[in-house]
Design a protein around this ligand. Structure first.
Ligand SMILES: *[C@@H]1O[C@H](CO)[C@@H](O)[C@H](O)[C@H]1NC(C)=O
Ligand SMILES: *[C@@H]1O[C@H](CO)[C@@H](O)[C@H](O)[C@H]1NC(C)=O
Ligand SMILES: *[C@@H]1O[C@H](CO)[C@@H](O)[C@H](O)[C@H]1NC(C)=O
Ligand SMILES: *[C@@H]1O[C@H](CO)[C@@H](O)[C@H](O)[C@H]1NC(C)=O
Ligand SMILES: *[C@@H]1O[C@H](CO)[C@@H](O)[C@H](O)[C@H]1NC(C)=O
Ligand SMILES: [Cu+2]
Length: 179
């Protein structure tokens, strides 16, 4: 209920053009200029958290794919590998999107679900990342990343789990920019 209410308030704020910050990431297949969609970010002014919405195409059909914000620039050729590790300003272990701020990397946005046509329609409410309200957690100018495998949430004990969620290779990325 809290989440639904929060979401409705933010959507209403977006629709009415209320104060708050807007940003977006144009996404590209790794190492190319092949544009596959845009992910939008809206942060309410009173630290209400963030709504992340948008669609991405040309993904592996019926997959659940890791979705993170990483820490280094990817450059004009969308070199996803150059994006470095997850954005982790508090130097903590990898976690799930639902985890609180010190139980996950700030950049841990969980997974996105791809439909049979290779499209992912993203709607995520997040209370950890910021696009300006919180300077430490600010993700502007950082790369948003889509992986080829499912993020396991950090707690499976697999060797990569507590660092990357074992989400596999990076298949698409795009830099988050203020609108
Ligand atoms: C992409 O980035 C990686 C890591 O920084 C680097 O090793 C590689 O040479 C880069 N590839 C291109 C095509 O720039
Ligand atoms: C991050 O934490 C690890 C232990 O989990 C520690 O070894 C490392 O030095 C820390 N890095 C920074 C920059 O504080
Ligand atoms: C991940 O787990 C391994 C094995 O338990 C541990 O040695 C390592 O310090 C952990 N790393 C992080 C970043 O939590
Ligand atoms: C930013 O987030 C940290 C961790 O949640 C918090 O301690 C700090 O007060 C926040 N800063 C602002 C300006 O809200
Ligand atoms: C992505 O994962 C699928 C299914 O496991 C695999 O067939 C494909 O080769 C992988 N692609 C990349 C780029 O790793
Ligand atoms: Cu990642």
């Amino acid at each position: 209920m809290k989440l639904v209410l929060h979401f409705l308030v933010l959507i209403a704020a977006c629709a009415c053009g209320a104060d708050g910050a807007h940003a977006h990431a144009d996404m590209y297949l790794a190492g190319t200029n092949d544009f596959i969609g845009t992910i939008n970010f809206y942060e309410g002014q009173e630290a209400w958290g963030i709504v992340i919405t948008g669609s991405v195409s040309r993904l592996r059909p019926l997959a659940t794919l890791g979705f993170h914000i990483h820490s280094l620039p990817i450059g004009d050729n969308h070199n996803c590998t150059a994006g470095g590790a997850h954005f982790n300003p508090y130097n903590v272990s990898h976690g799930m999107q639902e985890d609180s701020v010190l139980e996950r990397h700030v950049g841990d946005l969980g997974n996105i679900e791809v439909d049979a046509d290779g499209n992912a329609h993203v709607v995520i409410c997040d209370w950890v990342i910021s696009i300006g309200f919180n300077k430490t957690r600010n993700v502007i100018d950082l790369p948003l990343m889509i992986h080829n495998l499912t993020d396991d949430g950090g707690h499976t004990g697999h060797g990569e789990s507590n660092m990357t969620g074992n989400a596999g290779p990076r298949i698409a990325c795009g830099t988050i920019r203020l609108d």
